[in-house]
Each structure stands twice: as C-alpha cells, then as structure tokens.
Ligand binder design. Structure first.
Ligand code: GDP
Length: 196
C-alpha cells in the first residue's frame, strides 16, 4: 500500500544532532534555499495544510524540523539560508549542522532539494549536492513555482538542470505547490525511498 502522507504530524525541532530521534527507521529530508518554496512543497506533498510554516521572514530558523509518518518513518525539514544579510557565523553554523547530519544520519534514504525554477543551482544547492554526492544518496530536485513559467520554459529549465547534474543520482522534476504539478511524482519517489 502506498504511504498515506496525510498522516504526517509534527514531532519536534532539533538544534543539534543529539536532539534527533534515535538513528532507526527511515528518513527523507527536504532542503532548499530560503524562499525557494520548501515549506509549500512539504505541505503540498503531505496534503497537510500548515504542516511546515510558509515563511514570511525567510532565513531565520536554523532548526531541523521533524515530522513523523508512522513509528519508523519520518520527513525532515532542513534549515535553509540564502539571503546576503545572513551573518557569516550563522552560515558557518548551518554548514556544520548540515555536514554532521549527512555524515551521521544513516537512516537518511533520500534528499528532496527544492529550487525556484527561475533560479536553480544556487551556491546553496551546490553545497547540498556536494555533501550528498560522496554518500551516493539519491536526490529528487523539485523545480518549483513552475506556475510562473510557460510549460515550454519549465521543460527547458528541467532539461538544463538535468544536463548539469547528469553525473549524479539525481531525478529532476517540474513542480508547483499552486497548480499541483509534480506532486504525485514526488510522492511516488519519496514513497519508494521510505519503503525500499
Ligand atoms: P521556503 O522558505 O523555502 O519554505 O519557501 P515558502 O514555502 O515559504 O515559499 C516562499 C514564497 O513563495 C511564499 O510567498 C510562497 O507562497 C511562494 N511559493 C511557494 N511555492 C510556490 C509555487 O509553487 N508557486 C507560486 N506561485 N508561489 C509559491
């Protein structure tokens, strides 16, 4: 039976790895530069409105937010950044937290990397991909806010990003939390990672 994402519930926020639940079961993490549309993607994919807070003041939180599907499967909302005004110290702290998370979280089964389709492959995205590459972690890139482009332009953007990431275990999909485009594909991929 496919995963019913509508059962997703908030579990807790973690500021450090020691605050995370035991390294057991399976997790799928979501990452994205601030304002890319990660919270909206999480809400659309789970079908739970308001599960992840759609940010009005981007880039403030440096917390890992955990959501549970059932006893041993979780979705993880990784903190984003992306605004020049974020102090270097905060960015460094973020980098350490992310590196540790990718290195020590054996239960991590895949990463959903959310990018604004009009501004893909930012420095933030490149760092994320650089951490996942050596681990052989599968990545689903969601090019979101696709409703802001014509279908043609969206497909061109997808092809360009796919070409640039051709050497990595990455699947690139066009997505929109507004129109619902790509939501079913994303659910299928995540379901596969959580049940494989
Ligand atoms: P986050 O900071 O990555 O979690 O981004 P949010 O989900 O908070 O979204 C940032 C802004 O982009 C908000 O104003 C959202 O309403 C808007 N947004 C997010 N996804 C979409 C989308 O698919 N289409 C459109 N048109 N706007 C979106």
């Amino acid at each position: 039976m496919p995963t019913d994402f509508r059962h997703t519930r908030f579990l807790k926020s973690a500021a450090e790895l020691t605050d995370l639940p035991p390294n057991a079961g399976r997790e799928v993490a979501f990452a994205g530069r601030s304002n890319a549309g990660k919270s909206s993607a999480l809400n659309a994919i789970t079908g739970v409105n308001g599960l992840a807070r759609v940010s009005k003041t981007p880039g403030r939180t440096q917390l890992i937010n955990l959501f549970v599907l059932d006893a041993d499967r979780r979705l993880v909302d990784l903190p984003g950044y992306g605004y020049a005004k974020v102090p270097a110290a905060v960015r460094e702290q973020w980098g350490r937290l992310m590196e540790d998370y990718f290195q020590y979280r054996q239960v991590l089964a895949g990463l959903v990397l959310v990018m604004d389709i009009r501004h893909p492959l930012t420095e933030f995205d490149q760092r994320m991909l650089a951490w996942c590459g050596p681990l052989g972690l599968p990545v689903l890139v969601l090019l979101t806010k696709a409703d802001k482009l014509t279908r043609n332009h969206a497909n061109q953007a997808r092809q360009a990003v796919s070409r640039q990431l051709a050497d990595l275990p990455v699947q690139v999909e066009v997505f929109s939390a507004v129109s619902g485009q790509g939501v079913d594909v994303a659910r299928e991929v995540i379901d596969g990672w959580l049940t494989a």
